[in-house]
Design a protein. Structure first.
Length: 559
């Protein structure tokens, strides 16, 4: 009996859709990520570190037992570990290397500073400050858990890599946590200086570092996604109900349901303002109904779905209108006439607002700047234009059969598509031109206010002297050796700064970047972007945003 009831429920897709929507809604309010789960993740990380510390410790003890004339060499030594072996204060051998230029363990009492691999400072001896207990320290361009082992006149420094910490000017290497820990991407490792963090202890009980959540969730990303899917299933269930029985009463029920869905969707959009750009006012914002691009798309979809649902009950409306009294028929005709009269200005003013108050490109000729947001806008307005066609077709319900115009035939549809295509092209072009004109006017005003004409004249007057400077010409062409070139460029930098740009440097921050054939730059340190050649990057930037100071000048104003 129970099996039969289940089959009956499954055969009714409307009930199934409502059940799925209900289950998704309930599941969205469940806690999918708790403090206990983070505790387990930190505990797992601590256990992994203890295991790798034990492995490293075993190699350290093996090293202490080696003869004094034998070099350290273990074939199965892990790549994320380092061992240095010293006798007295002299390094005897090692496996792998720390990113340090100076591996001395002698203490310099007049101070030192930790630098990266390029440092050649004699006082840069961080290994001299290590203690005989496990500790989490920064050594050059990485963080390690380091333990020091001593036996007679022999010292072994054993280091376990935790995470890399390359300088920001590095253009190729990216920072990452030791992959052997398999730490979740939402977590980060920091020194023990933060509140609300989870402390990780070493194998011997010492405090090593803290673990933080990089992006703490406010309401739960999984829950928000489930609610959006619940909204989708509710809409599908509403239309399936109307499709099954196209009564006018069901139409009003779907109107109420879509209005409720709209308010729920807008509430969810507010929850995502700081997480998704589509709901952020940084992408698009206006007053009233148009708080973000997401709000605009929700409104467009709601209007289109309401008209589609009205179009689905047109046969029942035909019978009702045929039997209605003349005054009722006249009032209904006015209501149906108001629908396209309301949709047309809504399309026009919302499109006007979108173009002028957003960074979204809609012009077809700027195809390289079209994004996913542009595509979503195209789709939403296509739905509005279809809704407009349906609303115009519904006006035929109030006309005699002899005077009805077949708007859904091929010829009528082609004419309608042509008209809306011309309108869209004209509107986007005119409003896009207005937006660019206003933008250029603002930039021109800003440049006229911010430009320092006196400095520009100074730069132009220095050009011929720099070009004829014999020291500069000699230094940039005298060698093909990369080290010599770098030294010469430093001298050129000093020469230009002191001889030509001294007065300008008193008022402005100036940075001289020499571009050689093998010079690469990083343009975005927040993502793993491929390196770009220095000359190619600046030539592109100048061609796009540079304005030549004079007719024959080599200086450009960059905005």
């Amino acid at each position: 009996m129970a099996v039969k009831n289940i089959k009956e429920i499954l055969s009714n897709k409307i009930i199934v859709l409502w059940i799925i929507a209900l289950l998704l809604t309930l599941a969205s309010f469940m806690e999918f990520s708790s403090a206990e789960s983070l505790d387990r993740e930190v505990s797992r990380l601590e256990t992994l570190i203890h295991k790798r510390q034990s492995i490293l410790e075993s190699f350290a003890y093996k090293t202490l037992e080696l003869p004094s004339d034998e070099f350290v060499n273990f074939s199965d030594f892990p790549e994320d570990m380092v061992i240095y072996r010293y006798f007295n204060d002299t390094v005897q051998s090692w496996i792998n290397q720390l990113p340090l230029a100076n591996d001395e363990i002698e203490f310099f009492p007049f101070g030192y500073r930790i630098n990266h691999l390029s440092s050649r400072v004699v006082t840069n001896t961080p290994l001299a400050y290590l203690r005989l207990v496990e500790q989490y320290v920064n050594l050059g361009s990485a963080w390690y858990v380091v333990t020091v082992y001593v036996k007679d006149n022999q010292t072994v420094i054993a280091a376990l890599l935790i995470q890399t910490d390359y300088p920001t000017e590095n253009s190729i290497l990216s920072n990452k946590i030791n992959p052997n820990f398999s730490l979740a991407k939402k977590l980060s490792i920091v020194p023990v200086t933060y509140d609300e963090s989870y402390i990780v202890h070493g194998k011997d009980g010492g405090v090593l570092f803290s673990v933080l959540k990089m992006l703490p969730s406010k309401t739960g990303e999984v829950g928000i996604i489930l609610r959006w899917f619940a909204i989708l299933f509710v809409i599908i269930a509403l239309f399936c109900t109307l499709q099954k029985d196209r009564k006018i009463g069901n139409f009003f029920a779907i109107v109420v349901g879509l209005v409720v869905v709209r308010f729920v969707a807008l509430y969810q959009a507010k929850e995502l303002q700081g997480q998704l750009e589509i709901f952020s006012p940084n992408l698009y914002a206006d007053f009233g109904l148009f708080g973000s691009l997401g709000d605009l798309l929700i409104n467009n979809i709601l209007i289109a779905l309401l008209i589609v649902s009205l179009f689905m009950v047109r046969k029942r409306l035909t019978h009702f209108i045929f039997k209605a009294k003349p005054i009722v028929k006249t009032m209904l005709a006015l209501v149906f006439l108001m629908i396209p009269l309301a949709i047309v200005p809504y399309i026009h003013f919302s499109l006007h607002s979108l173009i002028l108050n957003s960074n979204i490109v809609l012009e077809p000729f700027r195809i390289d700047e079209i994004t996913l947001y542009s595509f979503l806008v195209y789709v939403s307005y296509s739905m509005l234009f279809i809704a407009l066609l349906f609303s115009l077709h519904l006006l035929n319900l109030f006309l005699p059969k002899s005077r009805r115009y077949p708007l859904l035939e091929r010829k009528s549809i082609m004419i309608f598509i042509t008209l809306i295509s011309l309108y869209t092209l004209l509107t986007v072009s005119v409003f896009g031109f207005t937006k660019e004109f206003n933008k250029n006017r603002v930039l021109t005003t800003k440049m006229s206010v911010e430009r320092d004409l006196n400095m520009e004249l100074q730069l132009m007057s220095y050009e011929k002297f720099i070009q004829k400077d014999p020291m500069v010409a000699m230094l940039v062409t005298m060698s093909d050796d990369i080290d010599v070139i770098n030294k010469n460029l430093n001298v050129v930098h000093t020469r230009l700064s002191e001889a030509y740009f001294w007065n300008i440097l008193q008022r402005y921050d100036m940075r001289l970047i020499p571009c050689l054939d093998n010079t690469i730059l990083i343009t975005d340190i927040s993502v793993e972007a491929p390196p770009q050649h220095c000359n190619t990057y600046y030539e592109t930037e100048i061609s796009r945003y540079g304005m030549q100071l004079g007719e024959n000048s080599n200086f450009f104003l960059y905005e």
